[in-house]
Write a protein that binds this ligand. Structure first.
Ligand SMILES: [Zn+2]
Ligand SMILES: [Zn+2]
Ligand SMILES: [Zn+2]
Ligand SMILES: [Zn+2]
Length: 113
């Protein structure tokens, strides 16, 4: 049963309550605090690692090369930092933190150099 739409904390537009990524502005975790991509513990923007599992939360921007928090877009140049799983049945979009898909576990090829 779908719940009520809730406002994205980044752009304030209404998104489905189970959204992992805002379909409007493209940022990760539109509702509530961002979550660790590995253990799903709440993390804060600006942290460099998850306090629960130690997963690194900083990634290198593919466009400007600077380190940025993983939350969807580069904090410096605004480039969208998402990779899409290339498994046909999966297609899950996620930050390029891990070498394998957070949903199906298959290796991800970034396709970007
Ligand atoms: Zn949004
Ligand atoms: Zn974690
Ligand atoms: Zn950048
Ligand atoms: Zn996948």
């Amino acid at each position: 049963m779908p719940g009520y739409m809730q406002p994205c904390r980044h752009c304030d537009r209404l998104v489905p309550p189970d959204s992992e990524v805002c379909p409007i502005c493209g940022k990760w975790d539109p509702l509530g605090d961002p979550r660790c991509p590995r253990c799903r513990s709440p993390v804060k923007e600006g942290w460099t690692a998850c306090s629960s599992c130690g997963q690194s939360l900083n990634i290198q921007c593919i466009a400007c090369g600077r380190d940025t928090f993983f939350g969807g877009q580069c904090q410096h140049c605004g480039t969208r930092l998402m990779v899409r799983c290339q498994q046909r049945k999966c297609g899950f979009e996620q930050p390029p933190l891990a070498p394998s898909c957070a949903k199906c576990g298959k290796p991800i090829s970034r396709g970007i150099r």
